[in-house]
Ligand binder design. Sequence first.
Ligand SMILES: *Cc1c(COP(=O)(O)O)cnc(C)c1O
Length: 356
Amino acid sequence: MSEIRLQDNFIDIEPYVAGEQLEGDVVKLNTNENPYPPSQMAVDAIRNYTFDSLRKYPRSSSNELRRALAAEQGLPEDYVFTANGSDEVLALAFRSFFNSNMPILFPDITYSFYPVWCKLLGIAFTKIPVKDDFNIDETDYKVENGGIVIANPNAPTGIGRGEAFVRFILDNNKNVIVIMDEAYADFAEFSAVSMIKEYDNLLVTGSFSKGRSLAGLRIGMAYGSPELIRVLDTVKDSFNSYPIDMLAEAAGTASVLDRKYYNECCQRICKTRESAKATLEKLGFYVLPSSANFIFATHSKVDAKSLYVFLKGKKILVRHFDKPRIDQYLRISIGTDDEMECLVKAICDYLGKERG
Ligand SMILES: *Cc1c(COP(=O)(O)O)cnc(C)c1O
């Protein structure tokens, strides 16, 4: 005569909501994908793959990929971790390093996956409000805590911070792990990977999805001291020993070797970003300074959600967050120059004025 229902056994959790993936002919500026194709070297690595090898399991530590990433950063191989997208790297890092009784800290405006992982993994957290200009005040992180995660450049604001900011947080939190989520570092001026050997409490995560045009392959990495990487590998091996499949490793490794191509693509995106920002400012938008491949914009006379809905009707997807403090902003991924032109034209239609 049990009163327990089957459903009482289910986890009660609100998932992270990813941007829409509409099929067909859309201008897709809502999930920060790279508008340019992956390196030809990555494509060839898959084309020329010896498919018979797929019978076997991959090597569990993706040595080839890790070796390439280590060489790129001038680090020994045991400073590098890889997994199935930086989302998985981050989830494994949360499980590995946030085991204190104190809450971990992250900004109130940041990647909205952080609170989801905390709830999934039973990690207490405190959100620290960013300033009115959306900057993170590093002095707010000088309080007792169980760990810190900061996206730098931050999402969805795009604001990137430099060495002094990261150093202040690391110096004031020597006994906890500080994760710098650098999913957008390929578009920024600064990366904390340069500080890995100085700080044994620093873990820097990165992604192949934005800067390397390989969101569909799902590859992410982390850089940290060999001690941190060992713990991450132990947790990975307790969950899924083979997070990176053989084709992803082959293409990922090849793409690391084609740094020149990606540098060119990223530079082009940054150039398009700055001209899109200037154009939107002329149309009356306020656009936050961005060090990423997207911009965060608001207009005093235009309701952001209404504009989002209008653009969607025109098959242009941007991202709107129905959340406190940012519900009057749109996050717009940087596409090709043609795609941005298309966006500006639609916005001009909405504003009811001619361009120029
Ligand atoms: C896109 C993104 C990720 C996840 O990247 P994947 O490698 O595609 O899993 C992590 N953190 C931030 C801040 C992101 O924007």
